[in-house]
Design a protein. Structure first.
Length: 369
């Protein structure tokens, strides 16, 4: 039995008629940049999350970059241009590379905190401990669908950018300065290419973000800010409007699949995600095991035609590109251990109970051998 890590074709087929109609609506409108589809999507996304404003952009990476620019991190937008020497952004040692890359792009130094003992999210205490007089922003990441508590970070008064690329849940972007989203096709809410958004309840910040995505131009061809071409494609916005209507039900299906796994894997020598009853907000963007003999397990499952993925094989502070920062093995031991043990198994909404059981039975067979 083949079990894909994600089945985007099945998802498209389930919504083929409204998605095709949405694409045709854009094509026939002649509005291929910005336009009413984008405005409607932003309004619907803001209403879904509870944030007052949503600004759609071209990718999750552009969401991070434009958010940091709007908050004048490092070189920012040029409004308060200054030498960036000594500017720091505190973030996690365990995430996708785009998170610390944002700081570097703006001339800031990423400062890495370790992850918590009981999740893949950053340890809030370590984030706070890594702050200094040079800290311009804090960039926590909600990992694998589990939202972390950012309130202690907000209370510091330093701008907090929530990287919510993997965790789109109601309430995101309502407490911190802003939250960033990715609609990469593999996300719980995925486009058919790249897209992203920034959520905020600050109207001034929202207006600045809207200006930044069009090269800092307002009015047209008059530039008061350094920005970029961060615009979200209206075809992506139209498709995302269709998919957003299904997001609650898709997340519920992921929770059901997670609960089914947990009922069958709980007695194995694995560290498992929390049960949906314990974490009702968890949307299981990935179902990530902490597995002894991880690489052997991955190979065993591949022979049974079960797709898995390692998120992530090398902690951020040990990435070769950051060697000049002086980090070494042992600086973030929990993140380093996770990189040797983490394995994502299929959990998407299109899975059948038989597929979930087959994956669980296969994992049990591996540890029985």
């Amino acid at each position: 039995m083949r079990v894909a890590l994600l089945d985007l074709v099945a998802q498209y087929q389930s919504l083929k008629e409204p998605i095709d109609a949405a694409v045709q609506r854009v094509l026939q409108s002649g509005r291929y940049v910005m336009g009413p589809e984008l405005t409607s999507f932003e309004q619907e996304l803001a209403a879904w999350t509870g944030a007052k404003h949503a600004v759609a952009v071209a990718s999750g990476t552009d969401a991070l970059l434009s958010a940091a620019m709007a908050l004048e991190v490092g070189i920012g937008t040029g409004q308060n241009f200054r030498c960036t020497q000594g500017v720091e952004v505190v973030t996690t040692a365990y995430s996708f590379f785009a998170t610390p890359e944002t700081a570097v792009r703006l001339g800031a130094r990423p400062v890495f905190a370790d992850i918590a003992e009981d999740s893949f999210n950053a340890d809030v205490g370590d984030l706070l401990n890594k702050m200094s007089s040079k800290t311009q922003a804090i960039l926590p990441v909600h990992m694998f669908g589990l939202r972390m508590d950012v309130e202690p970070l907000v209370q510091t008064g330093v701008p907090v950018i929530e990287d919510s690329a993997q965790t789109l849940v109601p309430g995101i972007g309502t407490r911190a300065a802003c939250a960033t989203l990715s609609f990469f096709p593999t996300k719980n809410l995925g486009a058919v290419g790249d897209a992203g958004a920034v959520l905020t309840s600050d109207p001034v910040l929202a207006e600045k973000l809207s200006t930044l995505r069009q090269h800092g131009s307002k009015p047209k061809y008059v530039h008061h800010l350094w920005g970029g071409n961060f615009r979200c494609d209206p075809i992506q916005a139209a498709i995302l409007r269709v998919k957003l209507q299904q997001l609650h039900s898709w997340n519920a299906a992921r929770r059901q699949n997670a609960a089914r796994y947990l009922a069958q894997l709980g007695d194995l020598p694995l560290r498992l995600p929390p049960h949906p009853d314990q974490s009702p907000e968890h949307v299981y963007h990935h179902f990530v095991l902490r597995a002894p003999r991880r690489d052997e397990l991955k190979a065993f499952l591949a022979k049974r035609d079960i797709e898995t993925e390692v998120y992530y094989p090398l902690a951020l502070h040990l990435q070769p590109v950051f060697a000049q920062l002086g980090y070494k093995a042992g600086d973030c031991p929990r993140a380093e251990a996770a990189s040797q043990e983490a394995l994502a198994i299929p959990v998407h909404a299109e899975l059948t109970p038989a597929q979930v059981d087959f994956v669980a039975d296969s994992i049990r067979a591996f540890y029985a051998s």
